[in-house]
Design a protein around this ligand. Sequence first.
Ligand SMILES: *Cc1c(COP(=O)(O)O)cnc(C)c1O
Length: 365
Amino acid sequence: MPRPIQALVHSAALAHNLALAAQHAPDSRVWAVVKANAYGHGLERCFAGLQRADGFALLDLEEAQRLRALDWRGPILLLEGCFEPRDLELCSRLNLWHVVHTAEQIDWMAAHKTQMPHRVFLKMNSGMNRLGFSEARLRSAWARLNALPQVKEISLMTHFSDADGPRGIAHQVQAFARATEDLPGERSLANSAAVLRHTALAGIAADWVRAGIMLYGSAPDAPAGSVHTWGLQPTMTLCSRLISVQQLQPGDTVGYGSTYTASQAQRIGIVACGYADGYPRHAPSGTPVLVDGVRCALVGRVSMDMVAVDLSPVPQAGPGSEATLWGHGPHGTALPIDDVAQAAGTVGYELMCALSTRVPVAVAD
Ligand SMILES: *Cc1c(COP(=O)(O)O)cnc(C)c1O
């Protein structure tokens, strides 16, 4: 029998979350952001659930090739553009749209031989200070691109640093609007947090929104917002089983470093899931885990292949009982990935992306 750990990707939930993104941005087309192998879910596994997207946005050319191999004929956008000149050949061959965020990328375009002019997304740095042209340099970049026979259409984009937090997006929207005022072309600004929290501010959704994390059933603004606030459904379940039960006496400790000490007699269950499966090693005692659908608390340090769980809330549990690390549990229960992320001091994004290749994954409904 294989080790009992398994991950499930929920196709119907992906479709639900995508429809929700479209509802929040009714006048925009929706890029399904599927970078990092669809946020750890697997591009191929997500494709059916996300195929109503207007386009797919990602970073790796290899992932773009995989999407074309799935027979996706619609738009694909490379969010970081090309990494070297010869990447442009693949863009021509696979009809990939690509971001242009440096002067070098414009030089490469100018030297590129192609029968098929490209559609590019010119990126402005409106305050994130990661990628893109400053307000002062945007216009000359646009003019250079516009003069190239290799370019057929220029769209404009920027990325928000604080769409999920108190600072908000107004300062960046203003900078972008000012810099692009009289430039033609489609616009793309909003990530998930902006789609959910700010699209009501008319105009910012623009022609394309770029929905990532919300598609995967994690609230971009957790813990202020939650999957319940936004009506998102979990798209990834990580589940396993108890493979051992121990009876502790007061003073007994659990796991490496003896970081947990029982203060009373207590049953604990050992779950076949550890950090080598992608479970966060920094999850402290108290991190929620469902056992037979009942919310329990992790105790002691996460090891490579196992975690321990206090079984006090579920006395009938024993070896073979189902453990849900995140996602859907038995009997209609659920444990939001954001609850686990918050306990472990990280975000849902990191947990789903870290799912290890040793975990078998199945697509469920
Ligand atoms: C990852 C990414 C997104 C999606 O962000 P989410 O917070 O996951 O919605 C949008 N735009 C760009 C440029 C990105 O890199």
